[in-house]
Design a protein. Sequence first.
Lengths: 304, 304
Amino acid sequence: MSVLVVGSLALDTIETPFGSVKDTVGGSATYISAAASYFFSPVRIVGIVGGDFPREGVAFLEERNIDLEGLEIIEKGKTFHWAGRYRYDLNERDTLSTDLNVFEKFDPKIPERHRKSRFVVLGNIDPVLQQRVLRQMDNPRVVICDTMNYWIERKNKELLETLKQINVLILNDSEARLLSREPNLIKAGKVIRAMGPSVVIIKKGEHGALLLTESVIFSAPAYPMENIFDPTGAGDTFAGGFAGWLARTDDLSEENLKRAVIYGSTLASFCVEKFGVEGLRGLTYLQIQDRFRQFRELSRFDED
Amino acid sequence: MSVLVVGSLALDTIETPFGSVKDTVGGSATYISAAASYFFSPVRIVGIVGGDFPREGVAFLEERNIDLEGLEIIEKGKTFHWAGRYRYDLNERDTLSTDLNVFEKFDPKIPERHRKSRFVVLGNIDPVLQQRVLRQMDNPRVVICDTMNYWIERKNKELLETLKQINVLILNDSEARLLSREPNLIKAGKVIRAMGPSVVIIKKGEHGALLLTESVIFSAPAYPMENIFDPTGAGDTFAGGFAGWLARTDDLSEENLKRAVIYGSTLASFCVEKFGVEGLRGLTYLQIQDRFRQFRELSRFDED
């Protein structure tokens, strides 16, 4: 078994109503691989950073025992930088700046040793790059893919091509509506499944997530957070926890997909409790199990 | 055991993307009592209509074995009339007209025989009238109350007074945020509980509902509806199903409150499948049980 994660590594400047942080380590591949690493190790990462990527960033990934062979470092370049500000209810954010820097020329090269990875997680990057990754892989068992409004609107044709080559698509509710042109989320899920992925997961933020397969609709609750500190990376963390659990168990049954959704939600709930990747540092398996059980309590009811 | 419902009876003109209907029987008390009647009988209704209230409307309530002693008929007056149009995604609606007619002078008079009712459901009416109802009651066991933006904004002081006298408040997410001035729904629930009701239920439409008590947070899924025909009355139907189940079982434990939320959701899911009150006509207990179990499947997952 093996897990390969491809996506961005970034330096994020984040403002929330509770504080702000400058140039903290972030990026989709960082969050995905850190979350997955709680279930499966070592996770392999493929991405690109500049010479300014801090020693702490590398140390964080190393702490999580992430295989960095596929991490390209352009010493003379600058790391992808994103700056954003969350509004008071944390449900909306404004992007203040996006400097792609070395990420602009990212051309993912999968190390020979990683090409047989059984689980591939394609972070939210250009669908053209996602396909380029898949062309280098040797018959992966499961391909899990994230995307966003930007690609749905600007690279629709390319995204549709990617969708034909993946097994699981993870996206949020507004993205699902945009991609399917269908306001009803259940119908949207069906439309998207017909585009390729046999499993679609629609994230609904504070309302939880929907898992849609051929025969199952599963509604996962959201963890009742009173104090969300920083939502950055929650979606990537969800994808990482989901993928990590599947890789750990190597079980693609619908019952296990449900558990994977809850483990993804569990990791995401830890992520948003602290700034940046801090929430994904040093969690114990006991903490994760405990919160998983809280998710059960939250949605459990008996007939009588 | 006995259930008293106070609220509006109306004639609704409804336009949805799927069709329209003119002057169909509606109103909060109609939906609440019809839904509750599937669990408990006879439900007592207190409301007011004009001489134009159609024979079919009375027949519908009689079919549901609803006690009409408290229904005031002003032969020379006209029934409350509401007209609205739903937008294409059915999540938003525009009110086209509201003619209060006889409802403008509604002064609920609780028949002597009904004053000892143990369960009281106060539909979405002026909080001043809600208090007037409670003053006529003889120590009810449970008072369940609905409200809306209009009263939160225009009769805030009076509503806060009502809240001190009730046990369960049912409202939707935007109303909860408005009433509590708190964007986080879990915090909003706590703030509202501190205003009086020991149980708060926050309806989230297509995202289900939250039940908040002193020690429990329960997240109920939404039934995955692909074809919502007409959302009118769904919230009232939820309240009726919830109240009816509690009255049937006379059990206020947290486990049973959860079941009541699911039964409320179950009835609401039937309601929106047809225009007006049609979805609440002639359901069998087997149909209701079957859908209740589908709600369980929807949110059930096992640890391993």
